[in-house]
Design a protein around this ligand. Structure first.
Ligand code: ADP
Ligand code: AMP
Length: 214
């Protein structure tokens, strides 16, 4: 099963993608996590990506597409995957489709997690992220068992550099300009499924399970 998560920054794509990955036994592939791991390790890719991420801008398509295609070509992705944060532009979606067509396959579902802009700033300022395993928490809505520590891997949780309110506003503008058109794109392909992202994470997941099946 090949699933794409769509939605504004902070809509809950990562939260739901990790649940989908666990239930359906497919890898959770997050381009944002790949960039952050590279930043943490001080690679050239990380240095290049950071310039854009800190400004709330998208990393250029060419670079992003390359790292994504490398990732999904790995063995663990052969039975499918859930993409979180990719595609974010129409050209990215077109490259993915062309690649999948070559392999005789296609995207099965594009799950659009819908949350109004008013809710997003609060979600992002309370988000705490584990830069080691990619898990995310929220100070109020999804607290870790021990404050400041990742339940999964025991690493320290941080406020992401790009989750400051000024950067979040910029990211929302970029989302509306460049990413939201993908909703029409995947509607036309007949694979778009929209869920209400304003309810609890459990309720959102329930709605997604109803779409994806048992
Ligand atoms: P995205 O991957 O779309 O940027 P995240 O999954 O990281 O978003 O979620 C953003 C923040 O909102 C996180 O702090 C997360 O714990 C919290 N969150 C996710 N889903 C919900 C929800 N349904 N209700 C309230 N908070 C949520
Ligand atoms: P995320 O973790 O999905 O919120 O992504 C964090 C940041 O990484 C984004 O604001 C972009 O700067 C960059 N990024 C992640 N995925 C992509 C993508 N598909 N295209 C371009 N930039 C991306």
């Amino acid at each position: 099963m090949k699933i794409i998560m769509l939605g504004a920054p902070g809509a809950g794509k990562g939260t739901q993608a990790s649940r989908i990955a666990e239930k359906y036994q497919i890898p959770h592939v997050s381009t944002g996590d790949i960039f952050r791991a590279n930043i943490k390790n001080g690679t050239d890719l990380g240095k290049e990506a950071k310039k854009y991420m800190d400004q709330g801008q998208l990393v250029p398509d060419e670079l992003t597409v390359r790292i994504l295609l490398d990732r999904v070509a790995q063995d663990d992705c052969k039975n499918g995957y859930v993409l979180d944060g990719f595609p974010r532009t129409i050209p990215q979606a077109e490259v993915l489709d062309a690649e999948l067509t070559k392999l005789g396959t296609k995207v099965d579902y594009a799950v659009n997690v819908e949350v109004p802009d008013e809710n997003i700033i609060g979600r992002m300022s309370g988000r705490r992220a584990c830069l080691k395993c990619g898990a995310t928490y929220h100070l109020e809505f999804l607290r870790p068992k021990t404050e400041g520590i990742c339940d999964n891997c025991g690493s320290e949780l941080v406020l992401r550099d790009d989750d400051k309110p000024e950067t979040v506003k910029k990211r929302l503008t970029v989302y509306h300009d460049q990413t939201q058109p993908l909703i029409d794109y995947y509607t036309e392909k007949g694979v778009l499924k929209t869920v209400d992202g304003t309810v609890s994470p459990e309720q959102v997941f329930q709605a997604i399970e109803n779409i994806l099946g048992a």
